[in-house]
Design a binder for this molecule. Structure first.
Ligand SMILES: Cc1cc2nc3c(=O)[nH]c(=O)nc-3n(C[C@H](O)[C@H](O)[C@H](O)COP(=O)(O)OP(=O)(O)OC[C@H]3O[C@@H](n4cnc5c(N)ncnc54)[C@H](O)[C@@H]3O)c2cc1C
Length: 389
């Protein structure tokens, strides 16, 4: 696997970065304070071709490495994470349709999730409920079959674009006894009073993104609007009842496909935080010199930069890393455990000290940053003050 960015990635990255710098950054504070959905920015993004189904199909989905979406997401999040979620939030329901829907469903509903450059629209994926967050198998929203229709009833919470979307993809339980294997996703189009927006969340961050509850009261949709079609659902339920292996759920498949982009979102935010801090530290003068000239400040900034880069590289093959470390002449030839851990992104995993000559006072490793390391020896008054009798 090669994680080097291609020429295509680099060109698109530069283009998205320029959009973030010119169109997102200047209005970020306004939308964050006002907690307004950034429709004008979406309109601008649609005009230049960044927001829309074509961009997903021709640039993101067409990239065989899968890196294009995280690359773009990192750049827009560098601009403003809330506005960025406004631009990319429709990707969640689109992914459900793309990976679990029929080609006809994708053709019919996907364009409605984006609208046009003059009149942009958004989509929403509704999974989470008051008592079903991490535990997706506990969903209570019910889909009951009534003749040629499904009747949906339930309550969703924390839904990105919930209530303002023109298409809601709602995950509901058809057979509660089967846990997540008894669930299916349903497509809810615009203009039916059976779907209402619930409470809009007031958030501490990503405030330009709209997060709200969704209420479904006897919402009726045609049978064919179950994602993947009725026949596939019935076959899946049949298989689950006979306790065969699970074919997976549309919700879990969507999360699997979209989680790397959530990590890229965090990297974009971290990079912006680092740059703001660095610039301030260069500009702020105390005791006659910029505060960045103090090692204590500069080291913190260096750690921030290193950790953001390490987070971006977390997928790098550990074996390859080992070979590279051997090339640099490490004593044992093993990859440095701290660096491996950082690149694997496994915080909390125990790091085996490789060096015997640990610092006598701190008792921890010095590379990488101390605060990333568990204590190699528990701290005791004796280890802190070795001369104590
Ligand atoms: C801004 C925002 C946008 C969102 N957008 C959407 C959306 O568009 N659609 C949607 O369906 N949902 C959305 N969500 C909801 C999100 O998916 C849930 O918040 C998430 O699934 C976690 O559920 P929860 O908040 O109920 O946390 P809980 O499940 O209650 O978890 C609370 C804490 O316990 C930990 N925990 C839980 N179970 C375990 C375990 N077994 N072992 C160890 N630790 C555990 C969790 O890691 C977490 O730290 C959004 C949430 C936010 C904040």
């Amino acid at each position: 696997m090669d994680f080097e960015l291609s020429e295509d990635h680099l060109t698109t990255q530069k283009w998205v970065h320029e959009f973030a710098e010119k169109e997102i950054r200047p209005v970020a504070a306004h939308y964050d304070e006002a907690e307004e959905f950034p429709w004008p920015v979406l309109k601008r993004a649609a005009e230049v071709g960044l927001f829309g189904l074509e961009f997903y199909l021709e640039t993101l989905a067409a990239d065989p490495s899968g890196l294009m979406f995280p690359v773009c997401f990192e750049e827009t999040c560098w601009g403003c994470a809330g506005i960025s979620l406004g631009i990319w939030g429709s990707g969640l329901p689109l992914t459900t349709l793309a990976y679990s829907g029929t080609p006809e469903q994708l053709l019919q509903w996907a364009p409605l999730m984006f609208g046009t450059a003059d009149d942009p629209k958004v989509g929403a994926l509704c999974v989470t409920e008051p008592d079903a967050g991490s535990d997706v198998s506990a969903l209570r929203t019910r889909a009951r079959r009534d003749g040629d229709e499904w009747v949906l009833n339930g309550q969703k919470v924390f839904i990105t674009n919930g209530g303002i979307a023109s298409v809601h993809v709602v995950v509901a339980t058809v057979d509660p006894a089967l846990g997540h294997r008894g669930q299916a996703a349903f497509i809810v189009g615009p203009g039916n009073p059976g779907l209402r927006q619930g409470k809009k969340e007031r958030k501490l961050g990503i405030r330009a993104s709209h997060t709200a509850g969704v209420l479904l009261e006897d919402y009726r949709i045609p049978l064919e609007d179950v994602v993947g079609g009725v026949e596939r659902l019935e076959a899946k339920l049949e298989q689950a009842r006979s306790e065969g292996p699970s074919r997976g759920s549309a919700a879990l498949k969507t999360f699997e496909m979209t989680r790397p982009s959530v990590a890229a979102q965090a990297v974009g935010i971290a990079r912006a935080a680092f740059e703001f801090s660095r610039d301030y530290a260069k500009e702020r003068t105390q005791f006659g010199r910029p505060i960045i000239d103090n090692q204590g400040v500069a080291f913190k900034l260096a750690d921030m930069a290193m950790e953001s880069d390490a987070a971006r590289l977390r997928g790098i093959d550990v074996e390859a890393e080992g070979r590279r470390d051997r090339g640099l002449g490490h004593r044992t030839g093993d990859p440095d455990p701290g660096r491996v851990r950082l690149r694997q992104g496994l915080p909390g995993r125990e790091v085996v000290p490789r060096r015997e000559d640990l610092h006598p006072v701190r008792g921890d490793l010095r590379d990488p940053a101390d605060r990333d390391q568990p204590r190699a020896r528990p701290l005791s008054p004796k280890s802190l003050f070795p001369l104590t009798p």
